[in-house]
Design a protein around this ligand. Structure first.
Ligand code: F6P
Length: 323
């Protein structure tokens, strides 16, 4: 009698809208191919403590529209230790899983790579983070939702900016990268966009705002990525150096929550299909992604070692559009 093959699925690192759509699609595609699925709870913690639940096509019903992750997630320092990796590898081996789908960002992919060196199971990474900073994919699950959330909030802020002729500095997430900031900045029509990849000097910011004011453009939105340092200091300095009233809004975790957009859900479903296909055919240690409009994959190691570039053309476009 042939034994039913099992794959695992885990969401790790920061949650991203669309993770549930990915869990659902992994489960349903796997079942349609005759594979069973177990979901590990609270990210790597679930693998370390062998804390899991069986996922079935029915148990993942009604979650496609939910933000967050039904499997929960956590930052897990123990997983960074040899002991933590050993425990997680034991769990993988115990379940005799033929593969593990890891849904998360670049940190999650690095963890998966480490685990692959210590266990029999093949790993496949599905990129999911609002930061969109995973090498090997043009877009990550959750990014589109986070952009739309930020845009909706900043559009509201602009009403007050215009009415009071104020400058608003809006800090968006993105860790040390500016993908979220540049996309949000362009799509809200920000006067200035500050990203870690292109540190702009305070003098430059002041000069631009003064020039705008002299042209009669007294209201303004400055979108700054959180990785650019203490944005509250920047806001204070701008207020001191210009005649403008300056306010700071930190969007924070609202960007990570909420119902995923259709685009995030679709990407999650397509990535999940590819991930399960890879495991079913016995391939592993890949990161799936979107490359030039097509679902593709690259070796997990390449994704972990690569650094995704912020397109300089986006920065140039932002400049042209903000005159
Ligand atoms: O990686 C996603 C992200 O939301 C970053 O944009 C942010 O810097 C970080 O996670 C916050 O992490 P935590 O949830 O651990 O506070």
């Amino acid at each position: 009698m042939t034994q039913t093959r099992t794959i695992g699925v885990v969401t790790t690192g920061g949650d991203a809208p669309g993770m549930n759509a990915a869990i659902r699609a992994v489960t349903r595609v796997a079942y349609s191919k005759g594979l069973q699925v177990i979901g590990f709870e609270r990210g790597w913690e679930g693998l370390i403590n062998n804390n899991f639940r069986r996922l079935t096509p029915r148990s993942v019903g009604g979650i496609i529209q939910l933000g967050g992750t039904i499997l929960h997630t956590a930052r897990c320092p123990e997983f960074k230790t040899p002991e933590g990796i050993r425990k997680a590898a034991n769990t993988v081996n115990e379940h005799n899983m033929c593969g593990l789908v890891v849904i998360g960002g670049d940190g999650s992919f690095r963890g998966a790579l480490e685990l692959s060196k210590n266990s029999h199971a093949k790993m496949v990474g599905i990129p999911a983070t609002i930061d969109n900073d995973v090498y090997g994919t043009d877009e990550t699950i959750g990014f589109d939702t986070a952009v739309n959330t930020a845009v909706a909030e900043i559009d509201k802020i602009r009403d007050t900016a215009i009415s009071h002729e104020r400058i608003f500095i809006v800090e968006v997430m993105g860790r040390q990268r500016g993908f979220l900031a540049i996309t949000v900045g362009i799509t809200v029509g920000a006067e200035i966009i500050i990203v870690p990849e292109n540190k702009c000097e305070l003098d430059q910011v002041i000069e631009t705002l003064k020039r705008n004011a002299s042209k009669g453009k007294k209201a303004g939105i400055v979108v700054a990525a959180e990785g650019c340092g203490k944005i509250s200091d920047l806001a204070k300095q701008i207020e001191e150096e210009t005649d403008s009233e300056v306010r700071l809004t930190i969007l924070g975790y609202v960007q990570r929550g909420g119902s995923p957009t259709a685009r995030s859900r679709l990407l999650a479903s397509l990535f999940a299909e590819k991930a399960v296909e890879l495991l079913e055919e016995g391939s592993g240690n890949y990161a799936v992604g979107l490359q030039n409009g097509k679902i593709a994959c690259i070796p997990l190691e390449e994704s972990c070692n690569g650094k995704k570039r912020l397109d300089p053309k986006m920065l140039a476009l932002a400049d042209m559009l903000s005159i």
